[in-house]
Design a protein. Structure first.
Length: 284
C-alpha cells in the first residue's frame, strides 16, 4: 500500500484476475445455456409451429429470395398451436406469403401455382429477334441460345441478338399445350416475370419462355407451322384450341372444343373435314 492510500500495481493484479475469471465463467455459463437449453426450446417451438401450420420454407431452387414491393393482400388471423393461440398477419403475394407474427417476420414461400394466361397469337409483320429461353432434351435448346427469332412460318433459337447466324430451327410438329406464368420450379435461367409455353416435341417436354409482350410473336410463328402447332395454348384466332385459357384455331381434338379436326369428339363442332396432310398450312 502506497503512502497515498492507493493499491500498488502488484496488489491490483489479483483483483483483475478474479474479475476476468468471473466474466469468463459467466460467458461459459451463457454459452452453455444457449446451446443446451435455449436452442432446443427454439427448435421445438418452431417444429410445433410448423406442425400446427404446415408451410414450405426456402426457395426450391436453393437460392435466397428477397421481398419486393408487389401488390399483396393483408389478412388478420388467429392461429392455434399446441401452447395456445397466436395472432398473426399474413401478407399474400402472387409467389407466396409473408407471415408476420409476434416473433418477427417469417417468410413462408409456398409452392406457387402457375396461372394459365390468355395470349392472342400474332405473327410479327417482319422478322423479330428477342430474348427467350428453351429448356428440354432437344437440339434447339442448346446452351448459349438465349434469343428467339420469330417470323411468319418460322421460329428459331439463336445466340445472336441480330439473328444472322447459328439459328436452330424449331420443328413444325412442336405442340404447345398451354401458356402460363413462370414459377420457382422452372429452371433458374427463366426470369420470374416471363411467360412459359409448355410444349411437346413428340414425347419430349420442351419449355419456351420469353417476356409477355413477345409471347404473341412466338405463338404466332408456331401457329404458321401447320398442323403440328395445332395445340397452341392461348393462341390463334378462329376457333377454340381446347386448352386452358386458349383461343385459337388448330387441333381441337379435345372435349368441349370447336375448331378444325374435332369430328367425332364430345362437345366438338367441326367447321371443316379433318385434313389427311401432316404439313398442311394452318389457317390464320
Amino acid at each position: 500500500m502506497s503512502s497515498s492510500g492507493q493499491a500498488c500495481p502488484h496488489q491490483r493484479a489479483p483483483v483483475r484476475a478474479v474479475v476476468r475469471l468471473l466474466f469468463g465463467a459467466l460467458a461459459l455459463l451463457g454459452s452453455g445455456y444457449a446451446l443446451g437449453v435455449a436452442a432446443p426450446r427454439a427448435l421445438a417451438a418452431d417444429a410445433e409451429y410448423r406442425a400446427a401450420r404446415p408451410c414450405g420454407m426456402g426457395d426450391p431452387r436453393g437460392a435466397s429470395d428477397c421481398v419486393r414491393w408487389t401488390p399483396a393482400v393483408v389478412e388478420d388471423a388467429v392461429t392455434s398451436t399446441g401452447r395456445g393461440t397466436r395472432r398473426e398477419l399474413t401478407v399474400r403475394r402472387p409467389d407466396g406469403t409473408l407471415t408476420v407474427t409476434m416473433r418477427g417476420i417469417r417468410p413462408v414461400f409456398a409452392p406457387a401455382r402457375a396461372a394459365t394466361v390468355s395470349v392472342r397469337a400474332r405473327p410479327p409483320a417482319r422478322e423479330q429477334v428477342f430474348p427467350g429461353g428453351r429448356c428440354g432434351a432437344v437440339p434447339y435448346a442448346g446452351r448459349g441460345c438465349d434469343h428467339l427469332l420469330a417470323a411468319r412460318g418460322r421460329l428459331a433459337a439463336t445466340p445472336d441478338p441480330t439473328g444472322v447466324f447459328a439459328c436452330r430451327e424449331v420443328p413444325q410438329d412442336l405442340r404447345v399445350e398451354r401458356v402460363r406464368t413462370a414459377t420457382r420450379e422452372d429452371p433458374p435461367r427463366i426470369p420470374e416475370r416471363w411467360w412459359v409455353a409448355e410444349c411437346r416435341d413428340g414425347r419430349t417436354p420442351v419449355l419456351l419462355a420469353c417476356a409477355p409482350p413477345h409471347m404473341a410473336w412466338a405463338l404466332g410463328a408456331l401457329g404458321a407451322h401447320g398442323p403440328g402447332a395445332a395445340g397452341l395454348s392461348d393462341a390463334l384466332g378462329g376457333g377454340d384450341a381446347g386448352l386452358p385459357g386458349v383461343r385459337g384455331g388448330g387441333d381441337a381434338g379435345l372435349p368441349g372444343v370447336r375448331g378444325e379436326g374435332a369430328a367425332g369428339l364430345p362437345g366438338a363442332a367441326p367447321s371443316a373435314p379433318a385434313s389427311t396432310s401432316r404439313h398442311q398450312p394452318h389457317p390464320l
